[in-house]
Design a protein around this ligand. Structure first.
Ligand SMILES: Cc1ncc(COP(=O)(O)O)c(C=O)c1O
Length: 400
């Protein structure tokens, strides 16, 4: 279509969303498709959070707020950073946006000139490259193989940095692998970053509360305070508090960056929803015990699914430390032939085969920049997970 802007030719719809669409269409045709692609907890938002939102409506808190979030919510965000991350930000150094996504979008738009490079360790969350591209940046992918725990090493980081590097993106716990950077690993990456003062780092900590290590969560600006004035620490209520639909994300960072991001937000969406902000305030300042229950539930599902996947001939999967995804290796299936006579050559073909033969939807690794793998989300009930793994095993048995 000729009237669309050229910048659109650079990006594609989120591959996870397009797979969902295909699986939904199959469901509408009456097929019992099990979808293991959810990027959100299947729990309800806790009651007292929903009640706070209802109270906000009744109290007529339905007007514009400060563009970058209400003072009360920004204060609560500062307290969260102080208490949970040992990070000191003032309310001016904090922005609240319409989801973590808008935080990243604001940050890239505020800083990237055409051709500026964004280092994205692969496998990566599918939205980083497209957001960089929309802001005219250039994604630079760095493969982080399974032998390295799917994590960026100081050497790979050093090799990737050029004079055009503007950002490094670090996501821990990771979507799609669940990998978590330890304090020592962050310190080692921090040493490289200290050598390159022109590089900003986006620490996407949105899965902070979903980790099974028993160790405290670590984030770069806290473990290497010398970097704090060029780190944007991103978090939000979506994943931890089962609040994906409320659309509240936030970040702490250096004042000039936060101010620029606020200016962009002021000319696009303005403040995030006033009612959702009241809900997020209740989430951040309310009880936290339920987070342990969510975590325990995820951990049980993770263990069960890893065990079932590992039992499948041709699939490999180590138990990840965090988030609610498994990044399953499917190298062992490549070269095998389907009952219809097709030879499986890529992870995308493996996923297509699983969708058609097993009626199980999982997302191919090529979407996340590292093949041959596929991503399973275990943010769904145990019954579905057990049945899905049974079907995958059956479908695998039919391959020659
Ligand atoms: C790694 C990562 N960062 C950020 C986000 C964005 O979260 P939000 O729903 O708050 O925009 C997601 C959501 O899938 C994610 O997986």
């Amino acid at each position: 279509m000729t009237y669309l802007a050229k910048r659109l030719s650079q990006i594609k719809p989120s591959p996870t969303l397009s797979l969902m669409k295909q699986a939904q269409e199959m469901r509408e045709r009456g097929l019992d498709v099990l979808i293991l692609a959810a990027g959100e907890p299947d729990f309800f938002t806790p009651d007292w959070i929903a009640t706070a939102a209802k109270g906000a409506i009744d109290a007529h808190k339905t007007k514009y707020t400060d563009v970058v979030g209400t003072p009360a919510l920004r204060k609560a965000v500062c307290e969260k950073f102080e208490k949970e991350n040992n990070l000191h930000y003032t309310p001016d150094e904090v922005i609240v946006s319409t989801g973590g996504k808008q935080v990243i979008f604001n940050a890239f738009l505020a800083t990237l000139d055409a051709g500026d490079e964004v280092i994205i360790p692969a496998p990566f969350w599918v939205s980083y490259p497209d957001m960089a591209l929309l802001a005219e940046g250039k994604p630079v992918f760095v493969s982080c193989p399974e032998e390295d725990g799917f994590k960026l090493t100081p050497k790979r980081l050093r090799d990737a940095i050029t004079p055009r590097t503007k950002w490094l993106v670090l996501n821990s716990p990771s979507n799609p692998t669940g990998a978590i950077y330890s304090k020592e690993e962050l310190i080692a990456l921090g040493q490289v970053l200290l050598e390159h003062p022109h590089v900003l780092t986006l620490c996407d900590d949105i899965y902070e509360h979903i980790q099974y290590t028993g160790r405290p969560f670590e984030t770069l600006a806290s473990v290497e305070p010398l970097l704090k004035d060029r780190v944007l620490t991103l978090n939000g209520v979506s994943k931890a508090y089962a609040m994906t639909g409320w659309r509240i994300g936030f970040a702490g960072g250096p004042l000039p960056l936060i101010k620029a991001m606020g200016m962009i937000q002021s000319q696009s969406t303005s403040n995030p929803c006033s009612i959702a902000q009241e809900a997020a305030l209740a989430a951040l300042s309310g009880p936290k015990e339920f987070l342990g229950d969510f975590r325990a539930s995820f951990q049980g599902r993770r263990d069960e699914t890893v065990r079932a996947i590992e039992a499948c001939d041709g699939l490999t999967c180590a138990a990840p430390e965090g988030a609610f995804y498994l990044y399953v290796g499917c190298k062992g299936l490549l070269g095998r032939t389907t009952p219809a006579g097709a030879t499986l050559q890529t992870d995308a073909q493996v996923c297509q085969y699983f969708l058609e033969e097993a009626l199980v939807a999982a997302v191919a690794g090529e979407a996340f920049g590292l093949s041959p793998y596929f991503r399973i989300s275990y943010a769904t009930d145990m019954k579905t997970l057990v049945e899905a793994c049974r079907r995958l095993a059956e479908a695998i048995k039919k391959l020659k």
